[in-house]
Design a protein around this ligand. Sequence first.
Ligand code: GCU
Length: 599
Amino acid sequence: MKRLFICLWLLGGFAWAQPPAANLIANVSGRTTISLDGTWNTIVDPYEIGLGSRFYLNAKPKDKTQLVEYDFDASEKLHVPGDWNTQREYLLFYEGPVWYQRSFSYHKRTNTRTFIYFGAANYQTRVWINGKKIGEHIGGFTPFNFEVSEEVAEGDNSIVVEVSNTRSKDAVPALSTDWWNYGGLTRSVELVELPDTFIQDYSVQLAKGRQDEVVGWVQFNANTGQHEVTIEIPEAHIKQATQLTAAGYASFGFPAKLTLWSPENPKLYRVIISGDGDSVTDDIGFRSIETRGTQILLNGKPIFLRGVSMHEEAPFRGGRAFSEEDDRTLLGWARDVGCNFVRLTHYPHNESMIRLADHMGLLVWSEVPVYWGIAWENPSTLENAEEQMRDMIARDHNRAAVILWSLSNETPIEPGRTEFLKTLAAYARQLDSSRLITSAMNHTDSSVPGIRSLNDPLGEYLDVLGLNEYLGWYEGRPEDADRMQWKTAFEKPLIISEFGAGAVYGKHGDSDTRFSEEYQANLFEHQINMLNRIPSLAGMSPWVLMDFRSPRRPLPGIQDFHNRKGLISDRGQRKQAFYVLQKYYRKMAEGSSPSQGEP
Ligand code: GCU
């Protein structure tokens, strides 16, 4: 009977969004891996002579007559994962190529394929194994992998990786950002061992708008012949089998009574997918997310997103955050403010951050770095943005915590841009129709005094509107918020995705003194009252959880190349505004919610 039901389900063409066409190996942390993290030899190469000099050969002079003008073993070391900027003072501002090399010993096994997997590397990466070119990657914040089964040798091996964080106008992001352009192998590097035929990717979620049906798909890396694949959720006594197509694909659906994932109860189920000689295990939460008018519904009930925006910057030591410890500190602080939501800006953060949010019950806004102005008319820039969107979705589409995919941040209203983002929105929906699409906009019509109206044409292509506004900091006085009304041209949920003010921890003065804690706290008081009066408000994520490094902030003694809009300093010190927001979120969580939605 059950098999019949599944076949019917299949026949019903309950086509779940097709698997992303990424060759990304899903859930690497659930596979057999060998870490290549640790100390690597490095050569800083500002003129990129390394390509011509073939650094990738890791050559050694055979005798005293031979000229080899580089020597990795004698070169300086860098730790991987980690940006180079905060590991060596003279590299703090460095933008250009750096060559990484390390040796590793490997034992080849039969019926085993070997891949090299990078959590991320900023920005352009080239990889060689034993002098043989393996592949290239563009994009600083998404994972990528290459097969190296043929290239790795039994015993000693040498891997050489060139990483360049040189900015360019056609890149994503382009030439200007308000965050530090940390370069390097910023996330873990590992070898992944898989059987000849393996599970490339899978999706297991609640059916859209349902709470009692699980649907999904499994995609093997190759043709498998008509084998069977099994989906098990042991704790729920679920074991379902279905047939793979010749192309190694199966979609499925079955009834299920599951405890739904929510911030109050972030319930995860162990899910085992196995078939055709491979098996992968994952911890997955089941929840539904949708909108109804100006409300966001989690598991069918309106929810208000009590959020904060944050960068992937390590607390205390600075630099790119990469460890679970970094992530736990940052998300722990968000939790302490009283958040049930985090806006991870402006690029996909590391995987452990998302998995931690799953465990902690923090809803997530995840974004690709289409930031400010980029080359809207350049087809390769669009392709680049699509690839980053694809890989972000491919890595995190089984995470219940992630509810929003964001296309961009603060982009100018111009035809090329809107067309670009319209295309990107359609692509994201094609890859994942189960989540909400949003974007952080910042252009409003202020032709009527005291009224700001969001009518950016981009809004039409979004499920949820994001709006960044800096009333009281970049424009006007904090008190102006008391008289400001906000309107939107779309009957959709609105998230105020940024507001804020700079403050140096420990700098005090009256509330008119810029960069004093009092100024920032006062601005938060007025902003909160203003936002409370917006009928379609479904959430907020003030700018920003923690002070972070920025090349655009040189003010000595105040900024010192840090954006100081954090609620918490980069040393973990809580500013007055932290407590203003905490008091508001705690009150909301106790039940006195703003205009709409469960607290
Ligand atoms: C912008 C932008 C942020 C930036 C912030 C600021 O809105 O989205 O990346 O850091 O404003 O100016 O502090």
